[in-house]
Structure formats: C-alpha cells, structure tokens
Design a protein around this ligand. Structure first.
Ligand code: ZN
Length: 244
C-alpha cells in the first residue's frame, strides 16, 4: 500500500485517539453495504483493513445487519455473497435480538451521539454517513474508494469538539494548576511574614543603636552640652575638648 495513504490514515486515527479515546484493538463495525462493495471490488476485508489501519482490530457486525442482508437476498439474489461475508464476523450485542431493526438504525443506536463503544464504522451507506456527519462525534468512517480502503477525515463537528476539549484542562493540568496557585499564595504570604519579622530591622537597628548610642550619650551629655552651649558661647575651645 502507498505509504502516504497509511500515514494519512494513522494521523486520522491519532486524532480520534487523542480527542475521542479510540485505541487499538479497534472495533470496526462492518455493514452489508461495505461487504457488498468489497466483494464487487474483490477486496479481502480481513487482510486489507488491518494493513490499512496498521493496528490490531476486531471486525464486528450486529444481528440486525446480518438479518437485513438476509432479507434483501429475497429481492436481490446478488446479495448472497455479501451475506456470506458479513455473517462470518463476530456479532456485537445491539439489544435488538428479539426485534431486529434496519441496519442503519441499529448502527445509529449503537453510536448514539458520542460513539461510547468507540466503533469505526465501515459502510458505503451515504445516508448513514451523512447522519454520522450531522449527529455523531468521535466515530471515524471507513469506506471503499473502488478497492481502496479510506478513512474519512474528521468532520467539522469533530474538529470543533476537539478544539473545545483542547481549551479545557485535563485533571492532571488542573491539579498542577492548583498546586501552582498554592505555591503562589504561599509565596505571597511569605514576604508578608518577612515584613513582620523584627529580626532584620533589629540588626539594622543594632547598627543604628551604635549610632544611636552616640546621640544617647549625646543626650546624656546633652544637658552638659546645653550647659556647654551656654559655656561655648562663653568659652568654646576649652569646654568641647575637655567634654570629649
Ligand atoms: Zn441491532
């Protein structure tokens, strides 16, 4: 197979893995239309699809899908081969065992809005694919372009949901953000404590105290100075030298 095609498929699968939790082994939900086209194009589904997706996968179907093809054989006998192909795949429980419904309705009911069972839908049913485009996110569509398996690009709807998800934080990111906030809050509080700390200003005040001591001495001597001032006026040189 063309390596560019494989890389492209891998990128699409990575997108659905990162944004919608799809991971190997993939559940590839195969319907009658896909089996019919594969048969017409002589494509071996079991061989080619795992090669194209480059991962472990399970090809599965539902009872409703098998029943629908079986009924249609009565109208179009050419579908007998498609019925033989589709009924060889393991059957996933769809909840309609007692009252089978049309295949497309069955697939829609399994996909719901967010593809909870993480299916890759293998179908050539245009109506079903358009429904998935409009209503479902996180469900890759696999179709056959002649005999070439092709994964559809993610729809606009998927891209929008993915971009919104990327803006929201994961649990891990939230926790780290909380811890960062705590640190910042602690950091904010720490300088306040530092401000309250009297030790540093004391050390400064100790230095000051040396200077202060001098004025204190001065104060003690202030009385004398005052006296000296008085005396200075009278006799400056003799009193100041003798005072110091
Ligand atoms: Zn069903």
């Amino acid at each position: 197979m063309n390596t560019n095609r494989l890389k492209k498929a891998q990128r699409i699968l990575d997108f659905f893995h990162n944004n919608f939790g799809l991971h190997p082994p993939y559940n590839v939900l195969v319907d009658g239309t896909f089996c019919r086209t594969a048969l017409e194009e002589k494509l071996q589904i079991k061989e080619q699809i795992p090669k194209y997706l480059g991962a472990q996968l399970k090809l599965v179907t539902t009872q409703c899908i098998i029943m629908e093809v079986e009924k249609l054989i009565k109208i179009n006998s050419n579908l007998y081969g498609a019925w033989l192909v589709v009924k060889q795949f393991p059957v996933h429980k769809c909840g309609h065992a007692k009252n089978p419904i049309p295949a497309s309705s069955c697939i829609k009911s399994l996909l719901k809005k967010r593809n909870p069972a993480k299916y890759i839908v293998a179908s050539q049913d245009d109506d079903l694919c358009q429904y998935i485009h409009r209503r479902v996110v996180g469900a890759p569509i696999l179709y056959l372009h002649y005999k070439t398996p092709t994964l559809e690009k993610p729809t606009e709807k998927c891209l929008v949901v993915a971009s919104k998800k990327s803006k929201t934080l994961t649990v891990f990111e939230e926790n780290t953000l909380k811890s960062l906030k705590r640190k910042y809050i602690e950091d904010d509080q720490q300088p306040r404590k530092k401000r309250k700390k009297p030790k540093n200003p004391n050390s400064l005040s100790c230095k000051k105290s040396k200077k202060v001591k001098l004025p204190q001495q001065g104060i003690k001597e202030g009385k004398r100075k005052r006296k000296r001032h008085r005396t200075k006026k009278i006799s400056k040189p003799s009193s100041t030298i003798s005072g110091e």
